[in-house]
Design a protein around this ligand. Structure first.
Ligand code: IMP
Ligand code: MG
Length: 171
C-alpha cells in the first residue's frame, strides 16, 4: 500500500499562491499578460492563481506530457497547443512542478517560435535534485529538494490530483 505523508496543507498552499499572485500583479506593468497553464498538472494551481492576480490577463493552456509513473520517459508529447495570438505578448508559463526541466525547455523552445515579448515561469513547486537543464523559475511557491509528491493537481499515474493538500508519496 502506498503511504501518503502530509507535506503542504491547504492553508499553506493558499497563503503562498496569494503571495506569488501579488508579486506577479506588481511586476507586470503591460496589459499583455497571458498565463499559459501546462496540462494537466497545473490546472488547480492555475485556477487559484488567476483568481488572486489583480491585473488584467488572459488564459490559455498547453498540453505536454512526459511522465509514466515516477520516472521521466524522456519524451515530451504536445497534446494541446495554445489558441491565443501570442506575438508580442508577455507569457507566464504556469507549471505544477519543475523537475529535470526538460518539459519546460521543450515548451519554451516551441513558444519562442511564436515571437512573444517575454516568457517567464511560475511553478507551484521547484524541485532541485534532478535538474538537467538550466531553467530560471522566476516565481515559485515552494522549493523541494527531492521526493515524489501528489495532490493539488499533481498525480501519480493520473491519480490523486483531487487531493486538496500535497503529500509525499512513499510507494
Ligand atoms: P520535468 O520535465 O522533469 O521537469 O518534469 C516535469 C513534469 O513531471 C511535471 O509537470 C509533472 O507533471 C511531473 N512531475 C515531476 N515531479 C513530480 C512529482 O513529484 N509529482 C508529480 N508529478 C511530477
Ligand atoms: Mg506536469
Amino acid at each position: 500500500m502506498p503511504q501518503f505523508i502530509p507535506l503542504l496543507s491547504e492553508s499553506e498552499i493558499n497563503k503562498q499562491v496569494k503571495k506569488i499572485a501579488e508579486k506577479i500583479s506588481n511586476d507586470y506593468k503591460t496589459e499583455d499578460l497571458v498565463l499559459i497553464g501546462v496540462l494537466k498538472g497545473a490546472f488547480i494551481f492555475l485556477s487559484d492563481l488567476t483568481r488572486q492576480i489583480t491585473i488584467d490577463h488572459e488564459i490559455d493552456l498547453i498540453g505536454a506530457s512526459s511522465y509514466e509513473g515516477t520516472s521521466s520517459t524522456g519524451q515530451i508529447v504536445f497534446t494541446k497547443q495554445p489558441d491565443l495570438e501570442l506575438e508580442n505578448r508577455d507569457i507566464l508559463l504556469v507549471e505544477d512542478i519543475v523537475d529535470t526541466g526538460n518539459t519546460l525547455l521543450k515548451i519554451i523552445e516551441f513558444l519562442k517560435l511564436l515571437n512573444p515579448r517575454s516568457i517567464k515561469i511560475c511553478s507551484l513547486i521547484d524541485k532541485h535534485e534532478r535538474r538537467e537543464v538550466q531553467i530560471n523559475v522566476e516565481y515559485s511557491c515552494f522549493s523541494l529538494d527531492k521526493g515524489f509528491i501528489v495532490g493539488y493537481g499533481l498525480d501519480y499515474n493520473e491519480k490523486y490530483r483531487n487531493l486538496p493538500a500535497i503529500y509525499d508519496l512513499k510507494p
